[in-house]
Structures are given as structure tokens and as C-alpha cells.
Design a protein around this ligand. Sequence first.
Ligand code: FMN
Length: 213
Amino acid sequence: MVKILAINGSHRKGKNTWSLLAAVLEGAKEMGASTELIELVDYNIKPCQGCNCCLKKPQCSITDDDMGFLGKKLLEADGIVFGSPVYFANVSGLMKIFMDRTRWLYLAKNMLSGKVGAAVTNAALRNGGQELAHIILERFITMHGMILASSRDPVGQVYNGGAMGSLFQAMERSGPMQWRRSVEEDEVAIRECHQLGRNVVRLAERVTPFRTS
Ligand SMILES: Cc1cc2nc3c(=O)[nH]c(=O)nc-3n(C[C@H](O)[C@H](O)[C@H](O)COP(=O)(O)O)c2cc1C
């Protein structure tokens, strides 16, 4: 049975990014995987100090926070799904701090190499920067030597309309903003996340037996 871990980089627990990750894990469970969802906001994660200690040894100089525990979780998983809300067309600050702190897992020794990785992102607006944040997460995954799984469009939006620009411009054009109560009402995003979970497991089952570390 493959283990699929989801990492939520939202600063809010159990909200929209959580819903997308939960849909991914539902798909993964249907395929027989064991699953776990971690909310980064529950953990103490200090920012990277840029000391470059990880250039020489596969370890981090910061040891008095929860990154040791989270690193162990990453190492135990066969597939890892990273989820972030879009903050200024980028990943959240919390997700970025977490990403930076995984540097010791790949510089001296590529320790996540051969695992399956996938990304989901959620923004308020349509074309709110989901694709950029998505590319950033996918690049992070491939820099770690992980094998990328994807589905057609695992990105969500909470805005339920087409107008774009600033919120103010959108309101001027089309009246009050129409918000979904949650991304759970974004049927396409939920369906694609669910499919992503199935794809992650399918790929992990194929590549895990060949992983060397
Ligand atoms: C600091 C900040 C920056 C944001 N930047 C964007 C953005 O660039 N585009 C967008 O569409 N939504 C943006 N949002 C809205 C969030 O992406 C959106 O509310 C998302 O659903 C939050 O995910 P969560 O529900 O998991 O917390 C921003 C929110 C915050 C707090």
C-alpha cells in the first residue's frame, strides 16, 4: 500500500486549500492508498537562515523547531501533494518558508528523488495567479527529483464569475462580487483534484518498487 501525504500551506486550517487536498486524498484512498494531511500552520517552522550548512551535509542547522518531524514525514511518504493558496500570484509565505527549509533534503543528497509529487492551488479570483503558483510548486517538486503527477486543472477559485481586474473594477462592471461559499462548489476543481489523487497513486505504485533511497 503506498503512502500519500498532503501538505497544506494555507495560513487557515480546514479552508479552501484544505478542501482541494481532501479531494485529492479521497481519490488516493479510493485507489487503496493510506493518506495523511498535514496543516503547516499547526507547526513551528523557522525561516531558513541561509547558512548553507546543507551544502556539505544532508542536515539543517536549525534544530529547535518542527522541521525535523516534517522532514521525516516527507521521507516516509511515497507520494506528496503540496497545496497552497495563491498570495500575490505566488505560494503563501508559510509554504515558501517550508519549501526553503527542505533544502537539506536535496542538496548534499537527493533524498526525495523518485517519489511522486503533485500540486494544487487555490485563489480568490479567476486567473488570480493560480497558474504561476502552480508552476512554482511544480518546479519545487522537480528540483527535488520527484516525479510529477498531474491532472488537467487541479486549481480552484472562490469567485463565481468571469470579470477580472481589481475587485473594485470587477464590481463596477458586473455589480456585487459573487463568491462561492467554498471551493467545494467549484465542481471542476474538485473533480480534477480527485482525479489527481488517483493519478498520484497509480504513478507511485509503478515507481516506488524502483526507488533506491
Ligand atoms: C496575502 C494574500 C494575498 C492574496 N493574493 C491573491 C492573489 O494574488 N490572487 C487571488 O486571486 N487571490 C489572492 N488571495 C486570496 C486567497 O488566494 C484565497 O482567499 C484563498 O482561497 C485562500 O486559501 P484558504 O481558503 O485555503 O486560506 C490572497 C489572500 C491573501 C491573504
